[in-house]
Design a protein. Structure first.
Length: 241
């Protein structure tokens, strides 16, 4: 979405994503959980994707069982591949990785129901997946069922998207159930999209950003945050003035 200005419909390529991961890793030491979609092709493409992402600095890769091209997990009209093919993707990812974790995701809840998604997750776990991600549970009862089934056996991932289909927006509730990871993949983008039109309208009307001072940081703030002084000091060691 952010890079192409398009919906989450599988338009991004593996190389574009790997490049972005490498840029982030160069500046951020935190663990990076990277969306590998369906692997960007067949299992050979998937394995190449896994190796590319790991070299770029990903800590974990998410592989899902949707058909290609995939779409956002909170959109209607999804379809999933057969169980054998879905498990084959996870096995291929595990075979290709060295140390990176593999998150096995299923979108089967909206296609075939919760029990089918649980069955797929059991197969992913048996194949060796490091984390399990059942996308799109529709009620708190389904979330509880997922937690009761898996939480003591494998870390669980849940997706919290503003306006999505999750029955809760509360990470505390998920933590109480035993979920290990709560994803907020679009919060920053949703915030920018909510505020940017008003900022631009203010600029158009007043021809200045002075009235937005309380909502914007300054160039000096950005330079401090990004460590400009340290970078320049480091460069001076090799190129004295």
């Amino acid at each position: 979405m952010g890079r192409l200005g398009r919906p989450d419909l599988g338009l991004t390529t593996a190389s574009e994503t790997a490049e972005t991961v490498a840029i982030i890793r160069d500046r951020v030491a935190l663990p990076l959980l990277v969306d590998g979609d369906t692997g960007f092709g067949g299992v050979l493409n998937l394995q190449r994707t896994v190796r590319m992402f790991e070299r770029a600095g990903a800590s974990a890769i998410q592989i899902e069982d949707q058909t290609f091209p995939k779409r956002c997990g909170h959109m209607a009209g999804k379809s999933v591949v057969g169980l054998d093919k879905a498990v084959g993707r996870i096995r291929a990812a595990l075979d290709a990785r060295q140390h990176m974790l593999v998150i096995a995701r299923t979108d089967a809840v909206s296609v075939s129901g919760l029990e089918a998604a649980i069955d797929r997750s059991e197969a992913f776990l048996e194949a060796g997946a490091n984390l399990i991600f059942i996308e799109g549970p529709r009620t708190m009862e389904e979330l509880v069922t997922i937690a009761d089934r898996f939480v003591h056996r494998v870390p669980l991932v849940h997706n919290l998207v503003e306006g999505g289909t999750s029955p809760t927006e509360d990470g505390v509730a998920l933590e109480a159930l035993g979920f290990a990871v709560a994803l907020h993949p679009l919060m920053l983008m949703h915030g920018l999209v909510a505020r940017a039109p008003r900022w631009l309208e203010t600029l158009r009307e007043t021809r200045t950003t002075a009235g937005l001072a309380s909502e914007l940081v300054t160039l000096q703030d950005m330079n401090r945050l990004l460590g400009a002084a340290d970078i320049m000091d480091g460069a001076a060691r090799f190129e004295p003035s």
